[in-house]
Write a protein that binds this ligand. Structure first.
Ligand SMILES: [Zn+2]
Ligand SMILES: [Zn+2]
Length: 158
């Protein structure tokens, strides 16, 4: 006899997961916020409100630019998104829980999160020594990613 399908663990649906993440961040999971959170998921590059608006509109979603902007701001304020303030336009990217560094490639704009495996001890040290409270979730390391480095060696960096 095979496993009883009625007792098999149910795969959580993606939209339930998104709604749950909004709730646990203290936000009511409105349809707009769910849509925006889904749209920024699985992105390696931070996205601006305008880029996201154009993308959603291109997919046939009827959302206004200010709606997208408000949703992004709310998600960022709740700590779900990391805010990158570069070249004049604010960009947003999904942020993992826990302490980590953001490795920002200044050539292609890709951002990788890297876990702070010392649990950010050096930031604690700064806080204690310099009488300064760094925001551990916002630690950014600027540089060039391996892909761009290797592309640059071939003269094809873009
Ligand atoms: Zn992050
Ligand atoms: Zn790069």
């Amino acid at each position: 006899m095979g496993p009883d399908p009625t007792t098999a663990p149910r795969e959580p649906r993606a939209d339930e997961d998104v709604a749950e993440r909004l709730r646990s961040a203290g936000l009511s999971p409105t349809q707009r916020r769910r849509r925006v959170l889904e749209a920024v998921e699985h992105r390696q590059r931070p996205v601006s409100a305008h880029e996201l608006y154009v993308e959603l509109a291109g997919q046939g979603h009827r959302v206004g630019m200010s709606t997208v902007y408000r949703a992004l701001s709310a998600l960022a304020e709740a700590g779900l998104l990391h805010v990158f303030a570069g070249d004049g336009e604010t960009r947003y990217r999904l942020c993992a829980a826990g302490r980590h560094y953001h490795l920002v490639c200044r050539r292609c704009g890709t951002v990788r999160e890297y876990p702070a495996d010392d649990d950010g001890a050096w930031l604690d040290r700064i806080a204690a020594d310099a009488d300064f409270q760094p925001d551990p979730r916002k630690a950014e390391v600027q540089g060039v990613c391996g892909t761009c480095l290797r592309a640059g060696q071939n003269g094809t960096a873009g």
